[in-house]
Design a protein around this ligand. Sequence first.
Ligand SMILES: Cc1cc2nc3c(=O)[nH]c(=O)nc-3n(C[C@H](O)[C@H](O)[C@H](O)COP(=O)(O)OP(=O)(O)OC[C@H]3O[C@@H](n4cnc5c(N)ncnc54)[C@H](O)[C@@H]3O)c2cc1C
Length: 417
Amino acid sequence: MTAAQLARKGIASVVIEGGGRAGRGTAYSTIDPAHLLNVPAGSMSAWADVREDFARRTGDETTFAQRRDYGAYLRSILDEAVANGCVTLIRGTASRADRGERGWTIGVEGQAPVGADALVLAVGNQPPGRLAALDGAGDRLISNPWTASAREAIAEVAATNAPVLIVGTGLTMVDVVLSLEAQGHGGQIVALSRRGLIPRGHAAYDAAPVLFEDLPKGNVTTLLLWLRRRAADVGWRAAIDSLRPHSQALWQSLGAKDQRRFLRHARPWWDVHRHRIAPQVARLLVEMIGEGRLQVVAGRVQASRSIDGLAEVIIRQRSQPDVAASRVAYVFNCTGPLHSIAQTIDPLLSKLLGRGYARADDLGIGLAVGDDSRVEGGERLWAVGPLTKGAFWEIVAVPDIRVQAAAVADDIARELA
Ligand SMILES: Cc1cc2nc3c(=O)[nH]c(=O)nc-3n(C[C@H](O)[C@H](O)[C@H](O)COP(=O)(O)OP(=O)(O)OC[C@H]3O[C@@H](n4cnc5c(N)ncnc54)[C@H](O)[C@@H]3O)c2cc1C
């Protein structure tokens, strides 16, 4: 999106992409038709100023399109910019970046370095972090659900109806369940997380907008109490969505102490109400839970081991003193993107952090950036998307990222005059 915005202004850019999914990224490179957008087509345009751009393709702005179709849409925007000569696409992993008198030099594994006047970091979500209690599961553990080995494991258990354990009960869990279901898996699925909360479904509601002046700021407890009262009056969907236009400013009003309290105590509730799933997907989950095919458990994994080609996992359910062992064919780590940026294995990010070109934000979940998305301490260095969630929080979905991408392109144009 940033490259396309720059192309609109006649600014040439080089896009370096190392995963073979340029334009699509992790979310939209899925090939599984069961994976749907969790935002209606009408809100998924890549351009904030051409709202109907994606919905024109689907013919209905209320539809929850397949994510692979959305990936094709984004890729077509990139292809157009490449065809116009504004974007050069390099397939390779960016492994370092150095700032010299003549600007940035970006090292690309196995290829010649790339020179640039400005550098934008758009490396997205980092793969899930390690769960020490699952180390013992050996090759029965799928530590990254977005890989080819995860697809192979799903195909294998679907063919044998073997039981699986999914650790994490958010949107990634939903994806794995949908893939298993689409492939005809008839075995038991247990989904486990500390609180056992699962994403709620979208449904029509009457919007109840609020003014920023009328919202409590600076304290997470007061904000949540406001939200609860408001939900009782107008319904929880209308209440939570009324915060959307103000969420970045509200987040910044909290300050680091209350932001930490939010992450520790409120985040799971926020996520399941705010990041909702398509209605048909929500219905399917309810059906599967009702039939006992999907069991959602609140608890945590204590230990694991690999035995007789299975994973044996020791689980302690919430508020229960005893532990229980269960044997499954595979355990999927669906705990979501890495929470601590310092643990990133991305070579470019590690080098930038290690050499002081960038630093972690106060919460340690992304990079420290200013309101203009410029990386603090870096020169002519910007970050976009999930990397900036410490500064903006609501910056992981397309309706927010597209605004940021346009603003960054404007800022780059001003900077380069
Ligand atoms: C499964 C899933 C479903 C989602 N569904 C929705 C949805 O329905 N609606 C919505 O609005 N939002 C959704 N999101 C959120 C959102 O759209 C994504 O977070 C968004 O795509 C992030 O875009 P990005 O370009 O910053 O990162 P990504 O799309 O992750 O792209 C980052 C790219 O950088 C590459 N890369 C990383 N490091 C390097 C390196 N060192 N060198 C070269 N290349 C590198 C990666 O290969 C990747 O292609 C979803 C997210 C996920 C994970």
